[in-house]
Design a protein around this ligand. Structure first.
Ligand SMILES: [Zn+2]
Length: 231
């Protein structure tokens, strides 16, 4: 194999290595915690906390209602027992009964209001939980796919690195140096020649350069300096 062909193959390998490394970096940046999942977890935790707080309020109001009801029963029993005859005392008891009834009604309204809120919060919790599960499942399958792609890329990369090692071992170190310098300077070191034109700089090449290149010897474009490769 001519040295030019070897350099061209080296360039192909380097391009493959670069694009594989880019893909690898992109995948690596996509691996890890999902912002959407974390946000959904936080939202669910907040709603659950709110539900617990509402349930606590509900129990406390129910407990308060029980207290008022039993007090009311006791006062009404006293009022209608017939034991008390003093009109002023009776009027006082009636006043207490009215007050306790008003308090009971108010608490019962409050209990109903809280019950509605509890129901709503419970519904929200269920739908947030479902949302989170969907997000987690999507994220998990995406991560699995990414991990599989990553493994494949790693294999590809190590194969290309091995090929590169074998190839560079066959190339004269001084020629390799020229290759690396050109690559640094121009991005690519080897340019294909098509219809007498250097594909690196799109300049028509002189006949002598073309003839030399055709013979397989290392010729560099007089315009851009790249090594000319005739397929
Ligand atoms: Zn050129």
């Amino acid at each position: 194999m001519s040295v030019v062909k070897q350099l061209y193959q080296l360039q192909e390998i380097d391009l493959e290595l670069e694009s594989s490394e880019q893909a690898l970096n992109q995948i690596t940046s996509q691996l890890g915690e999902s912002e959407a999942v974390v946000k959904a977890q936080e939202k669910l935790a907040q709603e659950r906390q709110r539900l617990e707080e509402l349930k606590r309020q509900q129990h406390s109001v129910e407990w308060e209602i029980d207290g008022v009801r039993s007090k009311l029963t006791a006062v009404e029993e006293e009022l209608y027992s017939g034991r008390i005859r003093n009109p002023k005392e009776l009027a006082n008891l009636q006043y207490d009964v009215d007050g306790l009834k008003a308090k009971r009604d108010k608490l019962e309204d409050k209990a109903l209001e809280i019950m509605d809120q509890v129901e709503l919060a419970a519904k929200n919790t269920i739908s947030l939980d479902e949302e989170l599960k969907t997000l987690e499942a999507d994220w998990q399958s995406q991560q699995q796919q990414l991990t599989a792609n990553l493994e494949q890329l790693k294999t590809t990369l190590s194969n290309f690195k091995h090929k590169r090692q074998l190839l560079t071992a066959e190339i004269d170190p001084q020629v390799l140096e020229v290759y690396h310098e050109l690559k640094k300077l121009r991005g690519t070191a080897v340019a294909k020649v098509e219809r007498g034109i250097c594909r690196g700089c799109r300049i028509s090449l002189p006949i002598t350069e073309l003839q030399q290149a055709r013979s397989g010897s290392l010729v560099r474009c007089s315009s851009c300096g790249r090594v000319l490769f005739l397929a």
